[in-house]
Design a protein around this ligand. Sequence first.
Ligand code: PMP
Length: 351
Amino acid sequence: MSRSLDVARALFRDIPLYVPDTRKGIRLDVSDNTNLFGSPPAAGAAVRGAPSELLARYPIPYGVDLKTALARHLGVAPECVTTGCGSDDLLDCAIRAFGEPGDVLAHALPTFSMIPIFAQLNGLQPRGVRLQPDWDVNMEGLLASEPKLLYLCSPNNPTGTLVSRPALERLLAQAPGVVLLDEAYAEFSGISDLARAPTHGRLLVTRTFSKAFGLAGLRIGYAVGSPQLIREVEKSRGPYTLSALAERAALAALAGDLPWVEAQVQEARHARERLAAALKDQGLPPVPSAANFVLVPLPGAPEVARRMREEAGIVVRAFAELPGVGDALRIGVGPWPLMEEVLASLKRARS
Ligand code: PMP
């Protein structure tokens, strides 16, 4: 009899694989906060027109062309910017760059679900601290664990709420190590601390082309910080993480798609407020959101989501017993006719 060989690293053993919903029978997926208005035209044309040589050769090391274009777009120096295969990748790289195995990474609860997983994969100890009843982060609680890394997400996924100005200022002043500020949804809130990252010294801000820019399939993220921080993230990232095609699309988007992005952001904000009001009318007031999704506390949410999927092919994200919230649905915001379909299906699924 052969003995089974456990080849996994000890710290990987309890980490689950991400299990996405099967695509079969899905008519409308509002579960992942991507851009429900689609993708921008100039980026699409750039992908379709990619020359053969671009595909045959390696990308430019460290994505220098996109780094330069982003620096111009953001009004910072190129050495203060790096790019990656989605902001997922940059967060993982940053945790690896600044955290020693055994160090504590503090984060709010609930927050972006990949963060404790990235912490564990890199040998760090994730410490979740519940959001306050007013949805702000608990400053004392976050600082109490003397975290080597502090992760903040504003607007926060899955609540859509912002880290308040006083909390952010105090955490930036008092956190003992690097502060990772995830601004994946900042275009929808219009609030950003990116401009101060190059000179702060311990602040790394991450952003993405997956949400407002509508390019989630191409996996493009970027980070802004001091040149010293960016150098360390780049060691962790390696030279070729951003594909040549992704870089080409992102360059085209910055050059030609900004009006498209701005228009969709405005429409998403408008639809978000309409959706919140309509949910309130159904007796389901959502958490006040500054992002392109809303979180709706609803006992039995997983069962309601299952019914919506079954009866209408509509996929919303369901959470069971979210800390401080309870069961809840997260609904991505997009064109109003789609929101009307979601609202109607939700109503039927609850009746
Ligand atoms: N941060 C937050 C808060 C997110 O919600 C997501 C995606 N859901 C990401 C980062 C990662 O996005 P991407 O890797 O597509 O840039």
